[in-house]
Design a binder for this molecule. Sequence first.
Ligand code: K1U
Ligand code: ZN
Length: 172
Amino acid sequence: MAELDIVLAPDPRLKTKCRPVAAVDDRIRRLAADMLETMYAAPGIGLAAPQVGVLERLIVIDCAGRDEPAQPLKLINPELVSVSDHLVTYEEGCLSLPEQYAEVTRPGDCKVRYLDETGARREIEAHGLLAICLQHEIDHLNGVLFTDHLSALKRNMIMRKLAKWKKANGKA
Ligand code: K1U
Ligand code: ZN
């Protein structure tokens, strides 16, 4: 397994609609394993393939609490089948926008259809943080960042703060 470099905003790869994974093969299984390693090292609770420069529809998630056993999920070609009318607001972060956080309002529950790493069709009904994280990661596959859910004023403020962070951390 290998830790991958995370793409930082602004980057055109983070604004691109990703293509479906054509075949669930060893290349995809290795990429999913490398993405999980990268996510745990960051640390984060989710990661989407475009965040490591791969423009294909693959996400990994682990929303287990600190004292719980790991619950790694690898979702290939995930589709949001339904979302609740009930909305929740949560302070989101993003590994592509280090140290930037903002409150985002989204549906509190969702149902997602996907392929697992054997290529089998699966469905997951999610609530709470898992539902939020699934929507955040599926947004990445459609070229959408959490900042796109904010006003232009808040978005521009975050992008300015991120530019300062990148300069201060030698990532500019
Ligand atoms: O997609 C990403 O950039 C990962 C992102 C996922 C996410 C966070 C919050 C709400 C929705 C989606 C992160 O993991 S940011 C880091 C983070 O939230 C975290 C890091 C360590 C412990 C707990 C959370
Ligand atoms: Zn993100």
